[in-house]
Each structure stands twice: as C-alpha cells, then as structure tokens.
Design a protein around this ligand. Structure first.
Ligand code: AMP
Length: 214
C-alpha cells in the first residue's frame, strides 16, 4: 500500500489533474466527505487528508510514504530526512512583506527602526530580515495576518500573496517580495527503499505529466 498525504483546498485541487494524468482518481471529495483516508481507483494507493503544516511530519514519521507540500511549509518546518524529487509547480504564490498603505516601510528600514512583524512564518521572516540587517520583533499568528497592522498590533506582516486581492481589500500594500512559492513532492526515504518500484512509478508519472526529469 502506498499512502499519499495531501491537504484540503488549493493543493488538493491542483494535485487532482496530476493524479488523473497518472491514471489515478480519488474516489471521494475531501470537502464533502468526513473520511480522513480516501480510497483511489488503485487498490494499492490511498490518500490521507491532513493539515497543510502537518504534511511534512506525516511523511518524515512514515505515516505517509509521500506528500505534497508548499515550499513555505517545508522551509518553516525543516526537511530533514525527506527526499524532494520534484517541484510540481502548483499552488504557486509568493511570500511577501506587506504594510498599511499609510506606513512608510522604506523610511522605517532606512532609519534603522525596529519593526514589529506579525506572521506564521517565524523562521522565514527571521532569516529574511536578518539578511537585510533590519531589527524585528516577531509576533506569531496562525491566520488572518492582515488584521495585525489594521489594529495597530504590528507594522508589517509576512504572508502568502497570490492575486493580491486580500491585501487590497484590507488596505495593505506589498513592499518586499521575499520568495516565490510552489508545492513540491516529498518522499519518505525509507519508503523509497522499501517500496521502490511502486514509488518510482508514481514519481515518474508525476514527472512525465510535468515534462521534467525525475
Ligand atoms: P490573494 O488574495 O489571492 O493574494 O490570496 C491571499 C490569501 O490566500 C492569503 O490569506 C494567503 O495566506 C492565502 N494564499 C495565497 N496563496 C496561497 C497558497 N498557495 N497556499 C495557501 N494559501 C495561500
């Protein structure tokens, strides 16, 4: 049995066409099913539905043989013991710094002010601001980061941006583009040895539908 860990939402939806190209259909919809283990049309492949931030843990611990996760999650979580054969180029977005439109970020940085930054990406933020020599106090949040500058809790946020509509709706502007993000295939290294033929076939099928070398 091969177990693939996926998170609901954008990653799940954008993975379906890749699975389909490999002849795999997931037989239940995680948005309507309460099941956390979903069968597929391949008797030896099942899908686990887990929180996005838990995908690397499931794969590292062997609860799943492989998974699909954003580069943001991997950088934040760490990727020890994970084999990363493919960038799937799905769930593409960027991670950026945003501030209220009336906050002069560049002047604050130039003056060497200490910035308060709200984010769920503590590691990425710490490394990014350290590389610029900007002093920051980080506030860890788990969601709705956009609120923090609006209520005066932070000068800036570090968050994922796709269309920019969420920032615009909350009168925030993007002032730094930290990095581009996409989702990657991650594989448990022990599984890769123990279940080599089946996993290789799956990785090769993904690779073929992307037009990349596995
Ligand atoms: P947008 O309004 O299209 O810029 O999307 C921004 C909102 O969607 C923010 O709340 C982000 O945290 C979230 N978001 C954008 N892209 C992704 C992604 N690839 N994966 C998960 N969340 C995302």
């Amino acid at each position: 049995m091969i177990t693939l860990a996926l998170s609901k939402g954008r990653i799940f939806e954008e993975t379906l066409p890749l699975l389909r190209a490999a002849g795999i259909e997931v037989l239940e919809d995680p948005e309507t099913s309460r099941k956390l283990i979903l069968p597929t049309n391949q008797a030896d492949l099942r899908v686990l539905v887990v929180r996005a931030t838990d995908v690397p843990t499931y794969v590292q611990q062997g609860g799943a043989d492989l998974g699909i996760t954003g580069k943001d999650t991997l950088l934040e979580h760490g990727s020890d013991g994970l084999y990363q054969p493919l960038d799937l180029n799905i769930a593409k977005c960027r991670i950026s710094v945003a501030v209220r439109s009336d906050f002069d970020y560049h002047a604050a940085v130039r003056k060497g002010s200490r910035l308060t930054v709200a984010t769920k990406y503590l590691k990425i933020s710490r490394e990014f601001f350290a590389s610029k020599g900007v002093h920051v106090d980080l506030i860890k949040l788990y969601g709705s980061m956009e609120l923090a500058p609006l209520v005066g809790m932070a000068d800036a946020i570090v968050d994922l941006v796709s269309t920019g509509n969420t920032l615009k709706a909350n009168h925030l502007v993007e002032v730094e583009h930290i990095m581009d993000i996409s989702s990657r295939l991650i594989v448990n290294q022990a599984s890769l040895k123990l279940k080599q033929p089946a996993l290789r076939t799956l990785i090769d099928a993904f690779s073929l539908s992307l037009g990349q070398d596995g």
